[in-house]
Structures are given as structure tokens and as C-alpha cells.
Design a protein around this ligand. Structure first.
Ligand SMILES: [Zn+2]
Length: 200
């Protein structure tokens, strides 16, 4: 089974880029990034609460640069069959988080070590991303979420997408995706403990 090829009706698709990020990207770029070679409807890391919780510089790769890929027989991607990796939208560079708690570090590493040198990352997207990084650098560092919170948030957000830690190591799609439109109790509890109120 592969979720990558599973087409869902538009109205049933909970993964929509937040306005915050969408408005920063010309629609032609968004269309470009949606034309991925292997899937018409890739699953990205984005969940709806990202727009409220995360800075644009964190939102960007979750929406526009990283898709989830499930290893199948005879795939060229690394990992065991069924294992889920984080794959570059543009060049298929893939990394395999060892567990949900490491997704944050994997995404950081992707941002720091891959995006700048990705041979297929469109120049216009790269310019947008660099601008976001610059804005983040210049903005006040007060009120930024802690690394510990971000690590926990990325892990719980992956749970909303149905990702679980495999007993054999790595990630698998092992739970239903939360398509209810209401955040799970675990994620809500994490957000409330960090002072994010009013989310549901
Ligand atoms: Zn790439």
C-alpha cells in the first residue's frame, strides 16, 4: 500500500499551505512545486496548526520542500519496505528519521545542509527561502518557541499524519491520519502547556 499514490478529493485534503506561506510564494511557484515526478498529491509535513505555531522559516520546508515517502519493493530510496522517509520535493534526496522525536533535527539538517545545495531547488523558491531566513535572523528572539517544544511539536504533528515509531526502528504509517479537523488531545495538550490557547 502506498499513500503517495492515493488521491483524495480536494475537500477531504487537510493539507493546505497556510496563508502565511502561500502569500509569500507566487502561485506559479506553488504550481511548480506541486508537479512532483512521483506523486500528484504528496503528503508533506504540514498540519493546519503550523501556521499559528511555527515561524515562516519553519513552515516553508514543511509545506514546500519535504514530502513523506513510504519505501516500496524495488524503490531506489533507502530504508526497509514500509519505512517512511523525508524526501526533497525537488531532487529525491531522502533521509530516514530514526523516530518521531528526531524529525525536528532531521528537518533542521535538511534546511542547513541540503536546501542551499539542492541542484533542483528552483531559484525563485531559493530566493524566497533566503528572504525568510534573513527576516527570522533580524526579528526579535523573544517569544520564540524553545527547541524542546519544537522537537515535541514536530513529533506530535507527525502523529497527526499517522506516523508512528516502528519497533524495528524508523517511522511507518501505523495509525489513522487525523482528518477530523480537530487537533488530537495529545497535540492540544502540548500546545496548551506552551501557552498556545484558542487552537482546536
Ligand atoms: Zn533537493
Amino acid at each position: 500500500m502506498s499513500r503517495m499514490n492515493k488521491k483524495r478529493p480536494e475537500s477531504d485534503n487537510p493539507i493546505q499551505p497556510p496563508d502565511l506561506v502561500q502569500s509569500a510564494i507566487p502561485s506559479s511557484d506553488v504550481q511548480d512545486q506541486q508537479k512532483t515526478p512521483e506523486s500528484n498529491n504528496p503528503i508533506c509535513l504540514f498540519i493546519p496548526s503550523d501556521a499559528t505555531v511555527l515561524d515562516p522559516v519553519h513552515n516553508f520546508p514543511r509545506c514546500h520542500c519535504i514530502k513523506l515517502v513510504e519505501k516500496r519493493e524495488n524503490d531506489h530510496i533507502p530504508g526497509r519496505v514500509g519505512q517512511v522517509g523525508l524526501c526533497c520535493f525537488y531532487c529525491d534526496e531522502t533521509c530516514l528519521p530514526s523516530k518521531r522525536d528526531t524529525i525536528y533535527e532531521n528537518v533542521l539538517s535538511f534546511q542547513q545542509n541540503h536546501l542551499e545545495i539542492c541542484p533542483a531547488f528552483p531559484e525563485k523558491m531559493k530566493a524566497k527561502y533566503k528572504r525568510l531566513v534573513q527576516q527570522e535572523y533580524l526579528s526579535s528572539k523573544d517569544n520564540r518557541p524553545s527547541q524542546a517544544f519544537l522537537r515535541a511539536y514536530y513529533a506530535e504533528a507527525a502523529g497527526e499524519l499517522g506516523l508512528v515509531d516502528s519497533p524495528y526502528g524508523g517511522l511507518v504509517f501505523g495509525a489513522p491520519q487525523n482528518t477530523s479537523g480537530v487537533l488530537s488531545k495529545r497535540l492540544l495538550s502540548l500546545l496548551k502547556s506552551a501557552g498556545y490557547n484558542g487552537l482546536r
